[in-house]
Each structure stands twice: as C-alpha cells, then as structure tokens.
Design a protein around this ligand. Structure first.
Ligand SMILES: Cc1ncc(C[n+]2csc(CCOP(=O)(O)OP(=O)(O)O)c2C)c(N)n1
Length: 632
C-alpha cells in the first residue's frame, strides 16, 4: 500500500515526517502523470503545486478554513489529499471525478466555475462574511496563478481586500511565469523582477519580522521595523507595488520547499489580516518532459494546441492567408495563442498579434479601439469566455458599429471540461446584440469561407463560432443557395415537402442523417444550413410556407438561441407553420465526451428523427404511416 493510499483526508497528513512528505509528493506526481496521460487533463499546473498543496492542507484546517483555487485546473493534488485517491482514475470521464473542484464531490471543494481570476473576490466575500457572523477562527485561502492574476477581476478584488484590514485572508500567488504560454504584460515583468531581485535565504527572517503582530514586537516597534524595511525595499524590491496598495506582501518563497512553505503559511495564518504570499514554482516540476516542454510545460495532455486536421487549425491557416491580403487585419488572444490556432499568424505577422493576458473584457474593448483607428481586429477566444465580455461587445463594439470579428472556438458542447466550459451561451447572448452578425460554419471548409465573409463586414461586429476540435473531412457541399443559406438536401423522390429542417453549424450535418431516417418512413425533409444564424435570412419565411413543419437544431442553449430567432421571424411574417426548436437544455451540463453530452441532451440523429416523426404524425394523423412513429 502506498502512502498516498493511506491519505483519506487532510488530517492524515498532519502526522507525517518530512521524509514521508517527500515520498508522498513523489507518489502524487507518479499518479498525476499516469492518470492524465490516460484520461487527459491538466498535468503541468498540478505537478507544480504538489508541495504547495501539501503545505496548505497541513497548516490549514479544511473544510473549516476555506480554500479557493483560482480557475481550479490545479486542484487535482487537493482532490488526492481530500479522500479521492481511489476514484482518481475516473478523472474527466462521464460519471467520474470532474477536472475542477466540485461541490458535489467533496466538502473541501468550494468554487467550481473554472473561469479565471475570481478567487480573490470569492475569498474577499467569504472572509467578510465570517467576520460578520463572528466566526473569527476561520481563515480563507486563495490560490491564484500569475496568469489568473492578469485578469481585471483579480485587481478589483485586491483593491477591496487592501481596505479590509481585518479579513483573515491568505492570498497565495503561485508564480510559475506561465499561463498557457509565458505570462505577458507589465504585471508579469513586475513579478519576474521580484523573482530575480531576492534570494530565498533571506525570506524566513523577513516573514518573521514582516508578519509579526505579537506583543513582543509591539505596534510601534513593528511600525519602525516595517518602515525601515519598506525604505530599503523601495530601492531593492519591486514588491513595493503591493505594499503601496496596502497589502502585506511576503516573498518570494520557494514553493517546492515544503517546510519553508509551511512556515510561511503558519505566519500568514496567524497574522490576522490579509497577506499576499508570493510563491515561486516550476510548472511541470519533477517531470522533465513537462518542465522542458517549450510550448506550454504540458499545461494540458493531450496538448490544447490547434492540432492539424481540426477546425481551429483551419482557422489559424486561413488567418495567415487573410493577413497577407489584408494588412489591416490584426489578431488578439487572451493568453491562448496556441489553443486558438493563432500561433502561425503570430509567427507570420509578429507585430499584428496581441496577447492581452487572461483579460477577455479588455481584449474586446481594446479591439474596439483598434477598429476605431481603422484596423479590423479578430479576437480569438473560447466561446465560454466571451460571457465575460458581453457588455464590452454590446456597448463598446456594437453600439459604435465597429468592425470587430469575434472568433469563438469550442462553441457548443465541449466535453470533459464540463459545465463551466460548454460553449452553450454565446449563440443566445449574441442574438441580443443589435447589428451583430453570427456565422456558424458546419464544417472546416466553411470555417475558412465564413471567416473571409466576416472580415469583409465593415459596418459592425461579427461572430464566427465553431467546435474547434471538430475534424476536417466529411465536408458536405450545398445543392442550392437560398439567400445566404445553403440547401443541403431536398425531399427524396416521391416524398412531399413535409419538414424544413434548419440545422445551425454542425447540426446541419446531423440533419442529413435525420433526413435519411425520416425518408425511410415516408417523410420528406428539406435540410438547410443557415450559415449565418443572425440575422436570420428572411427567405426562410417563404421556404417555411412550403412545408408542414419547421424544425431547428442547434448546439447551444435553447433559450433565446437560433431556434427562437427563427420562430420570431416566422411569427413576424405571419407564417403559421408550427416550429419545433431543438437545442441544449438550459441547464449546467455535466462532463463527458461531446457525443455523450449531446446524446444526453437528445441531440442524436436517432432521437431527433423519433421526435420529428411524432410531431409530424400528431399534426397530420392518417397521412403518415403508423410505423413511422417508432423510427429508431
Ligand atoms: C476567463 C478565462 N479565460 C481563459 C481561461 C483558460 N485558461 C485556463 S488555465 C489558463 C492559464 C492559467 O495560468 P495561471 O493562472 O498562471 O496557472 P498555471 O496553469 O500557470 O498554474 C488559461 C488561460 C480560463 N480558464 N478563464
């Protein structure tokens, strides 16, 4: 039996010797590597926080003390130390452990949102609440990476925390110098400067003096000491920035020295006010393949980069082509150059790409500025992270009718990252934005085609949304055009125009299989790919009149999505053909493979065919053969 298998909760850590802790760290690393290589997952970030997480659980008393992991992708070690070793092999599998903290999984898990830069705000609220409730024996701990610290919310929180002098709050900045790629920006340079300006040996002394609130070093003495220190630090140590905000700063500390970490954490815990602990770690620590990986230190396995043969790569390749033709086209990424496919564009036009850090709101308004000055920015982000920048899209871009193209990778069901990562909101949110045009390519070829159309739009914003991991191949050509829409299939010979099936994005291809199944039962289907889901082409109203039922299918939440827009168009044109809208239920959908999640949502061709058959039968009893109602 391994040491790790004997750890059923944080209390089992407390009696271990330093040698045993070292052995335990090794066992954790072995399991992380073995499991993530099998199940996929975040490897580099977790290898880097092994000692840090052990130290946290030895010093603090979870769940009484609250630990908030920013983003949560680095919480695997925490899972292993809080009773989930036996289930760890099910990581990110349907019905298994989630890839982020999960309140359903453990009382030790608090925040499961996985959108970066929120931990300090949660922690601020928690610490204030415990004060109001008189629960002064609890400490709140936030673990935030240097990447997540580039997000605006983190700075809004710091500003407030600095003023909450008696919040029992320990902020651990896990500084490995990396987000997906090396963290960029003024803050990153600032942290790097701190790293090189201080030697670890001096830190222990520093912690003792800086964090002392003991009567021995009374307030006046402490003040003098602190004043002197600060004076020296002004010259030598750029952490003054944090202290000028009014935050107690300690560090930098070697995050792989467990004993040192514990010591620093104990002092921070006992200080009684907010403390920022600057911890230096190495992403991928202890696994040379990760430490030396130049792209992203194995942030994720398999790599999140835009692999050849995916829609993300097609987007990236096409950007290079467009860039050559259009010197006014520039690109923005929010710390995800490789995953979004912009790496080749960056290599070809290094002066025309901006990595803004994990700052989607800034990315969009900065794009507005670029557009105001005559450029055409392409902002490439994952669909789910656009939620962050809704107001910026609405007021900063759309209100000014600025030509900004938002390219939303991972739109629709994404899979193993679960509820917070499914790109199921943008299709509805963007429908609300006046003047917005939304393109939904059904396949890789259409990604290139619609991207080209989008960057030609010069009088307002555009969106191109697609499933980035979608494979190239299996392209289907149109048999006709209807306005801007592609007609992919007419009813089979001898069958009537029963159903007009409008499938947005990849759902158009699913629609073809539905049509095949329905044809077997004597139901004629016209399959249309709208290509642009906003504005809905008015030609759809005329086509609807020629059918007995209109069906829409989309890989997006049903509420306010493409289907609702189609139904509204038909109402506005007094078309009384009934409409059935299929899409994702407006719920937080669990993790699984894309196919599993789509099947749970009823979006398989088989289930759609069954439901449509029933709808047709209901509307025209007698016309449709009985057998059709049991299509499988
Ligand atoms: C709002 C938001 N944008 C983008 C991401 C995608 N993302 C996940 S982890 C990560 C990098 C995080 O870097 P850091 O906080 O330094 O943690 P590390 O992985 O280096 O430990 C990014 C950009 C996200 N989770 N949330």
């Amino acid at each position: 039996m391994t040491l790790l298998e004997c750890i059923n909760g944080p209390e089992d850590l407390k009696g271990l010797s330093q040698d045993q802790l070292t052995r335990l760290a090794g066992e954790i690393r072995d399991l992380l590597i073995e499991t993530t290589n099998r199940t996929s997952g975040h490897l580099g970030p977790n290898l880097g926080v092994v000692e840090l997480t052990i130290a946290i659980h030895r010093v603090f008393d979870s769940p009484k003390d609250k630990i908030v992991f920013d983003t949560g992708h680095q919480a695997y070690v925490h899972k292993l130390l809080t009773g989930r070793v036996a289930r760890f092999g099910t990581l990110r599998q349907r019905g298994g452990l989630t890839g982020y903290p999960s309140r359903a999984e453990s009382e030790h898990d608090l925040v499961e949102n996985s959108h970066a830069s929120t931990s300090l705000s949660y922690a601020d609220g928690l610490a204030k609440a415990y004060k109001v409730r008189g629960e002064t024996d609890r400490t709140v701990v936030a673990v935030i990476g240097d990447g997540a610290l580039t997000g605006g919310m983190a700075w809004e929180a710091l500003n407030n925390i600095a003023a909450a002098k008696d919040s029992r709050l320990v902020m651990i900045v896990n500084d490995n110098g990396w987000s997906y790629q090396p963290t960029i920006g003024g803050l990153a340079e600032h942290l790097a400067a701190i790293r090189v300006s201080q030697r670890y040996e001096h830190v222990l002394d520093y912690i003792k003096t800086t964090l002392s609130r003991t009567p021995v070093v009374g307030p006046p003495i402490y003040g003098t000491l602190h004043g002197i220190k600060k004076g020296i630090k002004d010259v030598l140590q750029p952490q003054v920035m944090f202290e000028d905000l009014g935050l107690k700063y300690v560090g930098p500390i070697d995050g792989h020295d467990e004993r040192l970490m514990e010591n620093a954490l104990r002092h921070a815990r006992d200080f009684g006010g907010p403390v920022l602990l600057h911890v230096i770690t190495k992403k991928g620590f202890g696994y040379p393949e990760a430490e030396q990986n130049e792209v992203d230190c194995l942030h994720q396995v398999p790599a999140a980069g835009a692999a050849p043969g995916t829609c993300s790569r097609v987007f990236g390749d096409e950007m290079v082509v467009i860039g050559a033709r259009r010197p006014d086209v520039v690109a923005i990424t929010a710390a995800m150059l490789h995953p979004t496919g912009l790496a080749q564009f960056a290599a070809a036009y290094p002066d025309r790409v901006y990595d803004v850090g994990i700052a989607e709101q800034h990315a969009v308004t900065s794009a507005a500025g670029l557009a105001m000055a005559g450029l055409h920015p392409v902002v490439a982000i994952y669909s789910t992270f656009l939620n962050r920048a809704f107001d910026q899209t609405l007021m900063d871009v759309a209100l000014h009718r600025l030509p900004v193209t938002l390219v939303l990778d991972r739109a629709g069901v994404t899979g193993p990252d679960g509820a917070s990562h499914h790109g199921m909101w943008d299709g509805s949110l963007m429908q609300l934005v006046p003047g917005m045009k939304i393109a939904a390519p059904r396949d890789a070829k259409r990604v290139a085609e619609l991207l080209n159309e989008a960057v030609e739009v010069s009088d307002g914003p555009t969106v191109v949304r697609f499933v980035g991991k979608g494979k190239v191949g299996g392209e289907v050509e149109a048999i006709a055009r209807l306005g801007v829409m592609d007609v992919l299939r007419e009813p089979a010979e001898g069958l009537g125009a029963d159903v007009l099936l409008v499938g947005a994005g990849p759902m158009a291809l699913a629609g073809l299989e539905v049509a095949d199944r329905l044809a077997v039962h004597g139901i004629g289907v016209t399959v249309v790919d709208p290509r642009w889901t906003k504005p809905v082409d008015e030609a759809l109203a005329g086509a609807a009149r020629q059918h007995r039922l209109v069906v829409t299918v989309e890989d997006n939440g049903r509420a306010g999505g493409f289907g609702d827009a189609v139904a509204r168009l038909l109402r506005d044109h007094d078309v009384d053909v009934p409409v059935k809208t299929f899409g994702l239920p407006q719920e937080f959908l669990a993790h699984g493979t894309r196919d599993e999640v789509l099947a749970d949502a009823g979006l398989t061709p088989q289930n759609l065919a069954r439901q449509i058959t029933e709808a047709v039968a209901l509307r025209s009893p007698g016309d449709v053969p009985e057998a059709a109602t049991t299509a499988d």
